[in-house]
Design a protein around this ligand. Sequence first.
Ligand code: NDP
Ligand code: HSE
Length: 409
Amino acid sequence: MLKIGLIGYGTVGRGVYERLEVSKASISAVLGEECHVEAILIKNEQKHRLLEKECLVTVDWAEFQQAGPFDLIFEAIGGLEPALTYTLAYLEKGIPVITANKKLVAEHGAKLEEVAESNQTYYGYEAAVAGGIPIINVLKGLLPTTGISRVSGILNGTTNYMLTEMIENHRSFAEVLIEAQELGYAEADPTDDVGGFDAWYKIRILSRLCFGQWPNTELFHCQGLTALEDWHAEVGERIGLKLKLIGEAHSINGHVHGSVAPAFLTKTEALASVSGVTNGVSLEGKDIKQLLFIGPGAGKEATANSMVEDFLFHRRYQGNRLSANVESIEEIPFRYSLVFIKQAERDTALQWVKEQFIQVNETYSHPEGEAWLVPSVYEVNAQFPSYHVYGEITSSYAEESSSAQLGTF
Ligand code: NDP
Ligand code: HSE
């Protein structure tokens, strides 16, 4: 009998418990033995007072530990502490820990992997990136020697759900954020979603797997949706571009750079059609050209599925992409940016482009202001919101637009 300790019983923890119950027979067929949740650690006793379980449910860490020894821990509480202390306590004893906690993995993954390795156990974080998409074990188990030059994706279900609802159904930011929280997609502190930090943790984890080392966070810029205004997306829609929060990392001349930022995607970009809570991950390299993975990015069942399968996969096959085969991208993946200038700021912006010798290729007018298409090489003025454009943008986009008033500088 495999004895399991479950840390956290919220959206994800509950999902793991239910998945283990529902799939009892098939899991024991894979493992060759049955498994049973022996204890659940929670924080708020009152919230769970009506919970009836054939196991210990406690707020007391010491009591939880005494319910062991466990053979496996699922960690689903989120945040850095006490999750770090709890995780170390078990990895140091050689007990595998499976987590969905991308913040902990991104910030302390190097140490936790080292502790797991030196105690000959497993720290599994499949569910920490892109919820239900099994991208981590694909990289570790199926592509350990494949050359990768770039990884990019829509990595946050909450913001993709919000952008889809705001743009396609003209709903307000505040309303759709509350809905994403009710659906269990958002983080306990939704600033992590809206501020881009959740996707930032995830692109750092992907970068570690694709490029073989934990990245230098100073080279990974993070911008969320906080500067976004409705009319930015409206201008994009009119000229056939989709606004998405994109996480991206690439290797160039031996250096790995990454970012999370809102960006406009042309219709030809594979991630442009990824809507709602769905996430998408794209891997690029010389041999693979482009591999795409699309699926649910958040939610109880999808995330719990990833956690359970992560453990089962590890039991059957211990893959590891430790020294990655890193390739260099041939060119920067964006050539243009759209800079948004409010009517009242136009004179300042004109002065800026004049002083910096910035060539404005197109202007797109809107009652709120103008969007200027400029080559991405320019240092952007922090005063004006600016978003990269992925894909080949040509003036044909301008011609396609019937409602935008277009002009060229
Ligand atoms: P919830 O807020 O729904 O659940 C958190 C759970 O952890 C609750 O049961 C809470 O206890 C418990 N908890 C919190 N702090 C402590 C503590 N100090 N000691 C003991 N228990 C504690 O969060 P989620 O389930 O949504 O998320 C959990 C993790 O999974 C996070 O790292 C998140 O980023 C990640 N994740 C979430 C996804 C999702 O779709 N929701 C998808 C992928 C990853 P109590 O119930 O008593 O308050
Ligand atoms: N808050 C996260 C999201 C949960 O919306 O993507 C999944 O990691």
